[in-house]
Design a protein around this ligand. Structure first.
Ligand code: ZN
Length: 272
C-alpha cells in the first residue's frame, strides 16, 4: 500500500486596527517605540470603576474587513470577558467576542500551488483587545545588567481584529499566499498597516497532517494538531510550517503519538 501525507492548515491572523486610540479608552494608539507605560489609563489598566467605551472607528474597520471577506455581518456588537491570569494582562481578562463575532462565514480566494484559484473559508472575524508586553532584561538593551522582567502595558487594550480561517490550506506555500492576501486586503482597505515586523499583523498556524491511502483515498491516521506561534514574517510562516509538517509526517510514519500542543517558532535555529 502506498500512503500520502496531506497537511491540513488553518490560520488565525491578528490585525492591529488603524485607529487613533485604543479599543475601549482614549489612550493614543501610537505607542510603538514609546517609553514604557506612557500610554495607559485606568480604562486599559482595568482599575476598579473604570468603564470601557467602544471605539466606533474600530468597529467600522472590522465591519469593512468583514464585508471584503464576504462575511455575514452581525447588526449588534456583543463582547465577552475572556479571563486569564498572566502578567501581560493587568485586567486579568481580555474583552473579546466569543460566541457572537462581528463577522462570520466568509470566503477568500487565493492562488493555490498549482496555479488554480482556491476558495478558503473564513470562519469568523472578531474584535478584541491586545495584551501588554513583558520585557525581559536579556532581550532589551535598556535594561542591561538587570535580571528582572518588566511589564509594559502600552500595547494593552489596542484594537485587534482576529481573522480565523477554516483548515482549508494544504501546504506552506498556500498558507503564505493566504496570509499575503489578507495583508494586502487590510492594507488596501486602510484597516491596518499590516506591518509584521512591528507586530501589527501576527499569524498563528494550526497544523496537522493526515495519512491517506494513495489508492483508495481512505484516511488512515491523523497527527494531533499543533498550534505554532511567533512567526514574524511570511517567510518564517512558510519555514515554520515546513518544519512542522515534516515533524508530523515522521511521527505518523514511525507510529509515534504526538501531543496536542502549542509551539513557538525559533527563527535562529529553524525549529519549533
Ligand atoms: Zn487607556
Amino acid at each position: 500500500m502506498t500512503v500520502r501525507y496531506v497537511p491540513v492548515i488553518g490560520l488565525e491572523i491578528h490585525v492591529q486596527l488603524a485607529t487613533e486610540s485604543k479599543l475601549f479608552c482614549r489612550c493614543s494608539a501610537d505607542y510603538f517605540g514609546k517609553a514604557p507605560n506612557a500610554h495607559i489609563c485606568p480604562g486599559c489598566m482595568g482599575l476598579p470603576g473604570a468603564m470601557p467605551i467602544l471605539n466606533g472607528r474600530a468597529a467600522e474597520l472590522a465591519v469593512r474587513a468583514g464585508i471584503a471577506l464576504s462575511c455575514k455581518i452581525r447588526d449588534r456588537l456583543y463582547f465577552d470577558r475572556k479571563h486569564y491570569f498572566y502578567a501581560d494582562l493587568s485586567k486579568a481578562y481580555q474583552i473579546s467576542q466569543d460566541g457572537r463575532p462581528v463577522a462570520e462565514g466568509g470566503l477568500l480566494k487565493i492562488r493555490s500551488d498549482d496555479g488554480t484559484l482556491k476558495p478558503v473559508r473564513i470562519t469568523r472575524l472578531h474584535l478584541e483587545e491586545d495584551a501588554g508586553k513583558l520585557v525581559h532584561s536579556a532581550a532589551d538593551g535598556r535594561l542591561e545588567g538587570a535580571e528582572n522582567s518588566y511589564a509594559d502595558y502600552n500595547r494593552g487594550g489596542m484594537a485587534l481584529a482576529e481573522i480565523v480561517s477554516e483548515p482549508d490550506l494544504s501546504s506552506p506555500g498556500e498558507a503564505r499566499e493566504y496570509a499575503a492576501r489578507i495583508r494586502q486586503l487590510v492594507r488596501y482597505l486602510a484597516v491596518s498597516d499590516g506591518d509584521m515586523e512591528k507586530g501589527s499583523l501576527r499569524v498563528d498556524a494550526n497544523v496537522s497532517v493526515k495519512q491517506v491511502d494513495a489508492d483508495t483515498g481512505e484516511v488512515l491516521a491523523w497527527s494531533a494538531r499543533a498550534e505554532v506561534k511567533n512567526m514574524n514574517s511570511l517567510r518564517a510562516l512558510e519555514r515554520a510550517l515546513e518544519y512542522e509538517i515534516r515533524r508530523h509526517r515522521e511521527a505518523l510514519a514511525s507510529g509515534e503519538r504526538l501531543e496536542r500542543e502549542t509551539r513557538h517558532w525559533n527563527e535562529a535555529e529553524g525549529v519549533t
